[in-house]
Design a protein around this ligand. Structure first.
Ligand code: PAP
Length: 346
């Protein structure tokens, strides 16, 4: 299969004037970040910055969130896969991609399926990390008009920072979250992979735990992020589907069918009878994807990190192997307190 990443078409050549205009726009965002936003040491090589109450690492997103907010124009048919980092983004992207494209790319034709050649981050690009990130796009506001509909994007941005067009257009959002303890442990492992890549010393779990509890992890605070989408899913259930990794692991078929229905392409009884639901689950399973050459040895256009960094254990409850009983209790306590009265439990 040709290595032709579908969303590359977004970077259509621009005139010199347009390029200069885009560069000015990005310079302005960089100035805002450098001169007006709170910054602190955080977890990476560069100072992290806080934008509209949430923390970002410039090494990962550049000034992407600001550019997304001003320049991404959602279409009614768009589907946004939103998540707090390390809550199952890679999995959700694989499932949604496989569901939407099941006619052109039947999961049974395993040898040909794009998920065998690409990491799902390359098939479903992140708005702020890939498309609008000045670290990656050469300071060019991408033109996404040529992408086939429904356009499928990912984002770790909080609901409250998304451009208004997302709600106004009636586009759909699928959000995935996860229990706090597994999220933290997954984040800690990932973070140390990034740090090793940057030739930095690994961070101790205690250190990362402390920062996490203060809301300082990528796109943190965790609880504010989750609640933003949770509230919106209650107010606009036809537009925002709220999923939990833990529940999806327990009943993947049930949730895959929910996803298909939500995006307007439910499985027909014939498809179900033919075993399509199970085929997609198998194709997108941790066991299958993590063992592919592209995910064992390859790296994606997404962040430049090895694809293997997005696959570790793929289990629920692994945090118990790392967190002390006191840490588990403290996290549970914070989570209970933050989610109190919202109807959400994690
Ligand atoms: P991202 O936000 O950086 O994209 P994300 O995919 O959300 O990361 O989270 C990675 C977690 O999902 C890892 O969890 P762990 O550290 O607890 O193991 C990873 O193993 C898990 N994961 C990745 N792919 C799958 C999959 N196909 N099925 C289940 N879990 C998966």
């Amino acid at each position: 299969m040709a290595k032709n990443i579908p969303y590359k078409v977004s970077f259509v050549p621009k005139s010199r004037e347009e390029e200069e205009e885009d560069e000015k726009i990005y310079n302005r965002y960089r100035e805002i970040v450098a001169t007006t936003l709170p910054t602190t040491k955080g977890w990476a090589d560069k100072l992290i910055y806080q934008y509209e109450g949430f923390w970002y690492c410039p090494g990962i997103v550049g000034v992407g969130p600001l550019a997304v907010q001003d320049h991404f124009k959602a279409w009614p048919s768009d589907i946004l896969l939103a998540s707090f980092p390390k809550c199952g983004t890679t999995w959700l992207k694989s499932l949604a991609f496989a569901v939407i494209n099941r006619e052109t790319h039947p999961p049974s034709a395993q040898q040909q399926h794009p998920l065998l050649a690409f990491n799902s981050h390359d098939l479903v690009p992140m708005l702020e990390i890939r498309l609008y990130n000045d670290n990656f796009n050469g300071n060019q506001i991408p033109n996404l008009d040529m992408l086939p509909s429904p356009r499928l994007f990912g984002t770790h941005m909080p609901y409250t920072s998304l451009p208004q067009s997302v709600a106004l257009s009636g586009s759909r959002i699928i959000y995935i979250c996860r229990n706090t303890k597994d999220n933290l442990v997954s984040w800690w492992h990932f973070l140390n992979k990034i740090r090793t890549d940057l030739s930095l010393e690994p961070m101790k779990l205690e250190e990362v735990f402390e920062l996490f509890c203060k809301g300082m992890s990528a796109s943190g605070p965790f609880w504010g992020h989750v609640l933003g989408y949770w509230k919106e899913s209650l107010e606009r259930p036809q537009n925002v589907l709220f999923l939990k990794y833990d529940e999806m692991m327990a009943e993947p078929a049930l949730h895959l069918k929910r996803i298909a229905e939500f995006i307007g392409c439910p499985f027909s009884s014939m498809e179900e009878k033919e075993g399509l639901v199970d085929e997609i689950i198998k194709l997108c399973s941790f066991e299958n994807l993590s063992n592919l050459a592209v995910n064992k040895k390859g790296s994606s256009d997404h962040t430049g990190f090895p694809n293997s960094a997005y696959f570790r254990q793929g289990k629920v409850g692994d945090s118990a192997n790392y967190l002390s009983p006191e840490m588990m209790e403290e996290l549970d306590c914070i989570t209970k307190q933050k989610l109190h009265g919202t109807g959400l439990t994690l």
